[in-house]
Design a protein. Structure first.
Length: 690
């Protein structure tokens, strides 16, 4: 009876919270906008969006979610996760998601972030029949077509091209289709096909082309007795801190300064992105077994696939390659000649042991990678310690332990070269409104990890040492302050830096709920990092510190339940060798939703003097499509997204985007060149749910 009366009280509070965000869809868009405010191309990862959208379409059930699954909600602190599990043990299952208001450390802002990704189903999955599971599964088919209205140089007839480069061999349309049937923590079947603009449709078994240029597939079963996970096809892996295997969801440095780092998770996910590089293709299984008070998990995996690279010949006629080609483009004879030239074979495994209380775990990982040709990078001095050869072995030990509101974590790894990598730290919920984290890292110049993705300044865990400090605090009601400071140094040379160097980065972000309908944020980020400079009085390049400062301010207002207004301004200054360049953008978004119709409009003005001051802003796009374009040069950007939901089974989407430049007569370079100062992109999409 007490729980029933409590639920009535909770329902009476729903209107107060619902006013801030009128639907989970809008709350999801708000999370994306906050997540991708980092003005850095390293943060633009389509796979992260894919994983987030899977959480959105198949939310976490708070009544049965494990601690590991709750960590998928990256914005939750250790204290919040601990309090939620404690509440569930003492008071039973939740009647409604708004019952979270009565759990310590859960404020309105956190609940709003959680809305798109959670549910409170009360029927345990193991009581459902196969027919009921199939009925509850998400079943969808997507077809999308995109094109650029202006003609690119690669589509012009051969006799008008004034150089030796071949034109594109296919049509101007980008075609994409996906079929997926899945249910969270149960099963998943998926097939994805994509043809990039300029690629030809064809049937070439020797090139693994079956109609479209890119084909991705998977079949997955989960939680079948001792078999926790069985997956055949394309997949991604993350173990420990991601030193060896970090293909899963990893935000790194972001506005989520505390909760986005230091997560010790095991993630085995189907790969569903259209990005044609950075995943495994083969099979993986996770077997679980109880040993007294311990939980043991063993995960062997194997991968075999062909990758793109240009084969070169040594003086002794032995073949090698210098780098992989990761664009996925196979439009010209030159690009096609590099397609599927390297065979990559990966075998490995992971052993994970958890204690009975699930507050501690330790794991071992091993990865062996073999290539059909020798990998030999260029003779540049910065590549002295890079991997060279055909086979690489690497192993790691990782673990974590939670004591009250403290979380200790770490991983140490070694590659066959003798190089070492290590990352470790502690997160602490010092109070209900204060969370903090400290992380140390050290990756030697000869540490070789091909699939690692952990907290670092570089894109790979190699040749770096650093210290990271993150803070999240609620200084007063309706306000949240996030901040981090990162110091890093590079013991050896890097690209565009011909000497050992060091740098630092700081970010602060303040979000304030002005009213139930209006939210304001301001963000400042500054990074100092060395780069080569040519000085008049010296014969060679000299590394000098360059400082990039970025400021962003945004306000979101809901005049009504159907209308949302979002205004954003951001500016970047870059100073190097006493010269300062500037760039800025201001954008106005209007979102209107009424019945079956929804529309998103944006008008933006930008002026970025050079590449170092380019601007990134997240764009609303077609469903299952990710877009964070770079604004570079001087001009304006307008787009219009229209959605019509014909029924609960059929929806149509379209997007028209147009960029007008005032500082150039052509756009792009090479075969991507457009003669003129405008670029117009059109996309159309159909989604069928059955």
């Amino acid at each position: 009876m007490i729980r029933f009366l409590l639920s009535i009280l909770i329902l009476s509070c729903l209107a107060r919270i619902a006013c801030a965000q009128s639907s989970p869809e809008r709350a999801f868009e708000s999370v994306l906008e906050n997540l991708f405010t980092q003005q850095d191309e390293d943060a633009l990862r389509e796979e992260q969006y894919e994983i987030l959208y899977q959480l959105y379409t198949q939310p976490v059930n708070l009544n049965v979610a494990t601690e590991e699954e709750l960590h998928d909600l990256f914005f939750l602190s250790d204290r919040q996760i601990s309090n939620l599990l404690h509440y569930r043990v003492n008071y039973g299952k939740l009647y409604t998601i708004y019952e979270l208001q009565f759990i310590p450390a859960f404020d309105d802002a956190t609940i709003q972030q959680m809305l798109p990704f959670i549910t409170v189903e009360t029927v345990p999955a193991d009581t459902l029949t196969w027919a009921e599971r199939w009925t509850r599964a998400e079943k969808l088919f997507i077809f999308r077509q995109a094109t650029t209205l202006e003609s690119k140089r690669g589509f012009v007839a051969q006799d008008t091209i004034d150089d030796l480069t071949s034109p594109f061999g296919g049509s101007r349309q980008q075609l994409y289709s996906r079929l997926r049937i899945s249910r969270r923590n149960d099963f998943s079947i998926g097939l994805t096909l994509e043809k990039d603009a300029g690629e030809a449709l064809g049937w070439q078994q020797d090139q693994s082309r079956y109609g479209a240029d890119f084909l991705s597939y998977h079949i997955q079963l989960q939680n079948r007795g001792k078999v926790k996970n069985l997956l055949i096809g394309d997949y991604s892996l993350q173990f420990g801190q991601g030193l060896l295997l970090g293909q899963g969801f990893n935000l790194g440095k972001s506005a989520f300064a505390v909760t986005s780092v230091g997560r010790t998770q095991t993630q085995v996910r189907p790969y569903t992105s259209s990005t044609e590089f950075g995943f495994f293709r083969g099979g993986i299984a996770t077997i679980q077994q109880k040993l007294g008070d311990l939980q043991l998990e063993f995960t062997p995996f194997v991968s075999h696939q062909r990758l793109d690279a240009k084969i070169r010949q040594d003086d002794d006629s032995s073949s090698y390659f210098q780098s992989f080609q990761t664009t996925g483009w196979h439009r010209t004879e030159s690009e096609q000649s590099s397609q599927n030239q390297i065979t990559e074979q990966v075998v490995g495994g992971n052993v994970l042991i958890r204690n009975r209380n699930r507050n501690g775990q330790i794991g071992l990982s091993y990865v062996r990678t073999g290539f059909s040709h020798r990998w030999q990078r260029s003779d540049a001095l910065r590549n002295l310690h890079e991997f060279s050869g055909q086979v690489n072995d690497a192993g790691s030990v990782f673990g974590n332990y939670r004591y009250r509101h403290y979380h200790f974590f770490g991983e140490i790894a070694r590659s066959a070269s003798g190089g070492w990598g290590g990352v470790g730290g502690v997160s602490a919920s010092l109070a209900s409104t204060v969370d903090m984290t400290w992380v140390l890292r050290n990756f030697t110049p000869n540490f070789h990890s091909f699939y690692g993705n952990t907290l670092s300044e570089g894109s790979r865990p190699i040749n770096e040492q650093g210290f990271y400090w993150g803070l999240r605090i609620e200084p007063f009601p309706k306000a949240t302050l996030s901040a981090y400071y990162d110091y890093f140094r590079f013991p050896w040379l890097r690209y565009r830096v011909d000497a050992p160097s060091k740098g630092q980065e700081v970010l602060t972000r303040l979000t304030y709920q002005l009213s139930r309908r209006t939210e304001l944020f301001t963000q400042f980020r500054q990074e100092q990092k060395a780069v080569n400079v040519v000085l008049d009085n010296l014969p060679s390049r000299v590394p000098l510190p360059g400082t990039k400062s970025q400021m962003a301010v945004g306000i979101t207002h809901f005049p009504s339940a159907a209308l949302r207004l979002n205004t954003r301004w951001q500016q970047t200054t870059y100073t190097l060798n006493h010269q300062t360049d500037r760039g800025w953008v201001i954008a106005q978004d209007v979102t209107y939703q009424q019945g079956r119709w929804k529309t998103d409009l944006r008008f933006a003005l930008f002026d970025a003097e050079d590449y170092d001051t380019r601007q990134y802003i997240y764009e609303n796009d077609l469903l299952y499509t990710f877009s964070v374009p770079a604004y570079f040069g001087r001009g304006s950007r307008t787009y219009w997204v229209l959605r019509y939901k014909l029924s609960r089974h059929l929806s149509f989407y379209s997007k028209l985007g147009r960029t007008v430049y005032e500082d150039r007569d052509s756009i792009g370079s090479g075969l991507e060149t457009i003669e003129g100062n405008t670029r117009t992109d059109v996309r159309a999409q159909m989604i069928v749910k059955f």
